[in-house]
Design a protein around this ligand. Structure first.
Ligand SMILES: [Cu+2]
Length: 181
C-alpha cells in the first residue's frame, strides 16, 4: 500500500518536472472548470517569462459566448479592454447591448521570470456544459514574446502542444448548488 502511494507520487513529480524542463504549458487557469450559465473568476496564471526575460504585457482573447467581462485591476499594472461587435445583440438590464469585451490587456508592469502573477477576470460563462472555452494569451517580455494560441480541448493535448492556449471546461450545475434550498 505504502509503495503504491510512492509510485503515484513519483509519477506525478516526474510529470511536473517534464512540464518544467519543456518550458511549456505555463500559462494556465488555476480553476480549469466553470459552471455554465454562472459568473466565474477566471484566474489566469503566468508562471515564467520569455526565455528568462521579464513579462511586461499580457493580452487575453475572450472567446465568443463569454460575456459580462470585467478584468481585475492588478496593482502595478495598467489594464485596458477592447470591444467587439456581438453577432446577435443581447438584452442587459432592459437595454440592447451590441458589443462585448473581445480582449483584455495588462501592461506597464514587470513580472520577473522567477515569479508568477495571477491575471484575474470576471466572466459570465455560457450555459453550454461540456464545451471548452479557449483563451489565447499573448505574452510580451522585455525581450521576446510568446503566443499561447494553440487550441487544446483536453489536458492531454495541452501537455503535448508547444504553445497551448489556456482553457476552461464548462460544467453543469454542481452538486452543492443542487443541494441548496
Ligand atoms: Cu512554460
Amino acid at each position: 500500500m505504502k509503495r503504491s502511494i510512492w509510485t503515484v507520487a513519483i509519477v506525478y513529480l516526474s510529470a511536473l518536472c517534464l512540464v518544467n524542463t519543456n518550458a511549456q504549458a505555463h500559462v494556465v487557469f488555476g480553476a480549469g472548470q466553470a459552471e455554465g450559465g454562472a459568473y466565474h473568476v477566471a484566474d489566469l496564471r503566468i508562471f515564467h517569462g520569455c526565455d528568462g526575460a521579464a513579462t511586461v504585457k499580457v493580452t487575453v482573447e475572450i472567446p465568443e459566448g463569454v460575456t459580462r467581462v470585467r478584468p481585475r485591476a492588478i496593482s502595478g499594472w495598467d489594464v485596458s479592454i477592447d470591444m467587439v461587435k456581438l453577432k446577435t445583440p443581447v438584452m442587459l438590464h432592459g437595454f440592447e447591448v451590441h458589443e462585448t469585451v473581445g480582449s483584455i490587456t495588462w501592461s506597464g508592469g514587470a513580472l520577473p521570470d522567477f515569479a508568477y502573477e495571477q491575471f484575474d477576470f470576471h466572466i459570465m460563462v455560457p450555459n453550454q456544459p461540456g464545451q471548452v472555452l479557449s483563451f489565447p494569451v499573448h505574452q510580451e517580455c522585455v525581450k521576446g514574446r510568446l503566443d499561447w494560441d494553440q487550441k487544446a480541448l483536453n489536458m492531454k493535448d495541452f501537455g503535448e502542444m508547444e504553445h497551448p492556449a489556456p482553457f476552461i471546461t464548462i460544467t453543469g450545475i454542481t452538486v452543492s448548488d443542487q443541494a441548496k434550498p
